[in-house]
Write a protein that binds this ligand. Structure first.
Ligand code: F6R
Length: 249
């Protein structure tokens, strides 16, 4: 595990965006695994700017997103497909046919998972998988449980996650209870994993996930076993970890 400690959220976004753009420059037809949520917004803003300034070309890039709510259509402003279109895909020269998000509208949940796994197998392992971190240690929507689930599956969101998502919806009833998520096996098969986290409210889970035991009760803890795992975290998020104050972490 490599840790980049950054000053603040902006600094975190800059460091992470640079790692992603380096990946695209090194391999223009790379596969990027992408995440939604508040944390990556600053990264996407920077990638958009680099693209618009002519420094970054998305024309050959394929993307696979981690997750999508079940029962929400792509045009719903709360869907993750909508989020990705707004924050990245509509603003860069990516071929939208090469951007994949689980199909939230497939009525048969097993078919939805199977189809997404077929897509993931066809595009191959992500060259770089971007992740955020839930307060309960979830990655994608792999919630705490008694085992790590390998493939795409439909999850019942935990009460804590529902409450965290509440801010995006008009009422609590509208917050989806289920979501499709890429499995831990697929996340772990990415060649490189980049997890971004900022803010003091994540300090406790950062310590537990990356300095505590590896357990499905804290899904992100499995990343300790990934051969190329990079954690880009601001000082506040690392504030409970016992780390040297300077130099390579
Ligand atoms: C989103 C996702 C989630 C978020 C996590 C953190 O695609 O997979 O695991 O990364 O819930 O969300 P934020 O960044 O909003 O704190």
């Amino acid at each position: 595990m490599k840790i980049y400690r950054t000053k603040d959220y902006d600094d975190m976004s800059r460091r992470a965006a640079n790692l992603i753009s380096a990946q695209i420059v090194i391999k223009p037809d790379c596969v990027l695994g992408l995440a939604t949520g508040s944390t990556p917004i600053g990264i996407y803003r920077r990638l958009v700017r680099q693209n618009q300034e002519g420094d970054l070309d998305f024309s050959q890039v394929t993307t696979v997103n981690l997750d999508e709510y079940r029962g929400i259509s792509p045009d719903n402003s709360q869907s993750y497909r909508f989020f990705m279109n707004e924050n990245l895909f509509n603003q860069v020269n990516i071929d939208k046919r090469m951007t994949y998000v689980p199909d939230g509208m497939e009525a048969d949940s097993q078919a939805a998972c199977r189809k997404y796994d077929e897509i993931l197998r066809a595009v191959g392992p992500a060259d770089l998988q971007l992740l955020g971190l839930g307060h309960n240690g979830h990655i994608g929507f792999n919630e705490p449980g008694d085992h790590f689930k390998k493939e795409t599956h439909c999850v019942t969101l935990s009460e804590r996650t529902i409450q965290a998502n509440r801010r995006f919806f008009d009422s609590e009833e509208e917050v989806p209870r289920e979501a499709y998520t890429m499995g831990i096996g697929t996340i772990m098969s990415a060649r490189k994993v980049l997890l971004v986290v900022a803010g003091e409210d994540k300090a406790e889970i950062v310590k537990t996930a990356f300095f505590g035991p590896v357990t499905p009760q804290v899904p992100a803890s499995i990343l300790q076993f990934h051969p190329d795992f990079v954690l880009v975290a601001d000082e506040a998020a690392l504030s409970q970890c016992d780390l040297p104050l300077s130099g390579q972490l």
